[in-house]
Design a binder for this molecule. Structure first.
Ligand code: PBG
Length: 327
């Protein structure tokens, strides 16, 4: 039975009807808001390539996170910008480091907000790589020791979940062991399982001052050409004990999100990264697209592809749109 008996447009005639048959709905509960935290007091430094995003000192970070929480965003992801960097990224696993302090402040002042931390040393190394470097190579197993310490100091500070983003092999298992031995068997791990060597991280690297001083990240992050390899990455992370797996970036990798969805039953996160955010912002500022509409369409598409959680710099703005469309 086809046209004229079948008419696809029947169910598209009224907004109420469209709402009734809508397959995918966003809520502020879907979002994780990434935030950059840095030293100092009363500091809110704009990030040029990410209009509307800032590097926050802890006092103002608490305010920003509180605002997000009040809008219905239930989780934040923290990235630290330390005041000193060295070859092994030791300020990343200092119990008084910037992220450790920020976690303590947030858990004290906004206890119900879920605090997640990025576990990776690139913002803390003077060479900008995500691992320990020797003779121009990024060492895998030596880096695991740094990641263990970093995760444990975050756990000691009271974080709710850790998210390793370095792409070293075996990191999820190493961090799981460390957390279990240190008395944190209930601490969940969200692994950046399929993280591609993407050019869309450029604005983030400006924000965090974490561009590699030599070479690139292609010896550890994935080749954008590969989708089957993402399946292996996901399978391995699940085996090692990941509770949530992430695909990153999001919009150019919807096929990877969809394939991951058909493979695993655990929650999937997708990261709408800095470059995705900046492209929408820039075109919006030019008047070439409607920023708010494109923001919602991209987030919806990421969820439709199979993501349960979305890391997005638009978290607050999108929550606002959703809240106002409900009243
Ligand atoms: C590594 C990390 C990066 C991002 C998240 N975690 C940078 C990188 O891999 O170079 C990028 C996020 C974004 O672009 O929004 N600590």
């Amino acid at each position: 039975m086809a046209f004229p008996r079948q008419r696809m447009r029947r169910l598209r005639q009224h907004e109420s009807l469209r709402r009734l048959v809508r397959e995918t709905n966003l809520t502020p509960d879907d979002f994780i808001y990434p935030l950059f935290v840095t030293v100092g007091d009363n500091q809110k430094t704009p990030i040029n390539s990410m209009p509307g995003q800032f590097r926050w000192s802890i006092d103002l970070l608490v305010k920003e996170a509180t605002e997000a929480y009040q809008l219905g965003v239930s989780a934040v992801m923290l990235f630290g910008i330390p005041d000193r960097k060295d070859a092994r990224g030791s300020s990343a696993y200092d119990s008084k480091g910037i992220v450790q302090q920020a976690v303590r402040a947030l858990k004290k002042q906004v206890p119900d907000l879920l605090v997640i931390t990025d576990v990776c040393i690139d913002e803390y190394t003077d060479h900008g790589h995500c691992g320990v470097v020797k003779d121009g190579r990024i060492l895998n197993d030596e880096t695991l020791e740094c990641l263990r310490l970093m995760a444990r100091t975050h756990a000691d500070a009271g974080v709710d979940m850790v998210a390793p983003s370095d792409m070293m092999d075996g990191r999820v298992g190493a961090i799981r062991d460390e957390l279990d031995q240190a008395g944190f068997p209930d601490m969940p791990i969200m692994s950046y399982a399929a993280k591609y060597a993407s050019n869309l991280y450029a604005p983030f690297r400006e924000a965090a001052g974490s561009s590699p001083s030599f070479g690139d990240r292609r010896s550890y992050q994935m080749d954008p050409a590969n989708a089957r390899e993402a399946i292996r990455e996901v399978e391995l992370d699940v085996e090692e004990g990941a509770d949530i797996v992430m695909v990153k970036p999001a919009l150019p990798y919807l096929d990877v999100i969809a394939q991951t969805r058909s493979l695993v039953s655990i929650p999937i996160a997708a990261y709408q990264v800095s470059g995705e955010y900046s492209m929408i912002k820039a075109a919006g500022q030019q008047g070439w697209i409607d920023e708010s509409q494109v923001m919602m369409e991209t987030l919806l598409s990421i969820k439709r592809a199979g993501a349960d959680l979305i890391l997005t710099y638009f978290a607050k703005d999108a929550a606002q749109v959703l809240n106002s469309s409900r009243t």
